[in-house]
Design a protein around this ligand. Structure first.
Ligand code: SF4
Ligand code: SF4
Length: 296
């Protein structure tokens, strides 16, 4: 089974909750974790990964390069680049800013000197594998600065995870999505068997989780909700009201707990660092419900 954990809004504790659920589920199931936040991966840190056992470059993005020797300095490429990526350097040469180039090839099409502008494939980032402190594997990715294709990186992560599942005969893939509803989140939710949404009771989190839910609906996946920091805004009932209106089962509520930032500073899931904390007890109950209602 493939379970995707998403939130819409960042900062609601998605990776903290994911690491804790993995901790509780690892003894009962063969698991693989996928950190699908290629722009800011940190699930590996919480799961005790110091070194990556295997790393693979993701090649796929293209950038334009200008051959200075044959360039006649007409300036047409700079005028026509839709992203303003071409500039003149101190030596008076036309140069492409590789960090902002989208590889659209408009410059190559308008250049009057054939072969002066070419598109070259470049690395977008790296996909990597490790074994966590708890014995189950994790696949992660890291996007290079300024590179597009974060969604393709996540797709590559999930493909690699599927191969590892087959090799090791694992049962479930738990995907920790990025915030937002962009390419990475779409790649995380696409193909999942169920989605767990994590939100806090604030208007901003409600608005963002509703957007994430629309992506879940697009893929026609069953959705569940975990309310994190459930007691930070007692007068706000909008989140629970919305879940009830949509028929989204609430797996549980996790209270705000000062032990969470302390566990993060120790680079451990809170349920391992402070098992007697209120948040840990709530997360344990939620893990039990996930076993009963989703994983079986
Ligand atoms: S490939 Fe497109 S984005 Fe890149 S420099 Fe050429 S016109 Fe600009
Ligand atoms: S369009 Fe071609 S020839 Fe003209 S400045 Fe650009 S690279 Fe040089």
């Amino acid at each position: 089974m493939q379970l995707a954990i998403a939130s819409g809004k960042g900062g609601v504790g998605k990776s903290t909750v994911t690491a804790s659920l993995l901790y509780f589920l690892k003894d009962e199931y063969g698991l693989i974790a996928v950190d699908a936040d290629a722009e800011a991966p940190n699930l590996g840190l919480l799961l005790g990964v110091d070194d990556w056992e295997e790393e693979r470059d993701h090649i796929g993005a293209k950038v334009a390069r200008i051959e200075t020797g044959s360039c006649i300095k007409c300036g047409i490429c700079m005028e026509r680049c839709p992203y303003g990526c071409i500039y003149i350097d101190r030596e008076g040469n036309y140069v492409v800013n590789e960090l902002t180039c989208e590889g659209c090839n408009v410059c190559g099409l308008v250049c009057p000197v054939t072969g002066t502008i070419t598109l070259e494939e470049v690395r977008s980032g790296v996909v990597r594998k490790a074994t966590t402190r708890y014995g189950f594997p994790i696949i992660s990715a890291q996007l290079d600065v300024g590179r597009p294709e974060s969604g393709k990186l996540v797709t590559e992560e999930k493909e690699w995870a599927k191969r590892v599942m087959e090799e090791l005969n694992l049962e479930h893939m738990i995907v920790d999505s990025a915030a937002g509803i962009g390419c990475q989140v779409i790649a995380s939710l696409g193909g999942a068997d169920a989605a767990i949404l994590i939100a806090e009771p604030t208007p901003a989190s409600l608005s963002d989780v509703q957007r994430a839910y629309r992506v879940v609906q697009h893929f026609r996946e069953p959705a569940y909700l975990i309310v994190n920091k459930a007691d930070i805004n007692p007068g706000f009932t909008g989140l629970v009201d919305w879940a009830e209106r949509e028929g989204i089962p609430i797996l549980g509520e996790v209270p705000y707990d000062g032990a969470i930032p302390r566990s993060m500073s120790l680079l451990k899931p809170i349920v391992e660092a402070f098992p007697e904390s209120d948040a840990s007890k709530a997360l344990k109950e939620i893990a039990e419900r996930i076993k009963e209602e989703i994983l079986g």
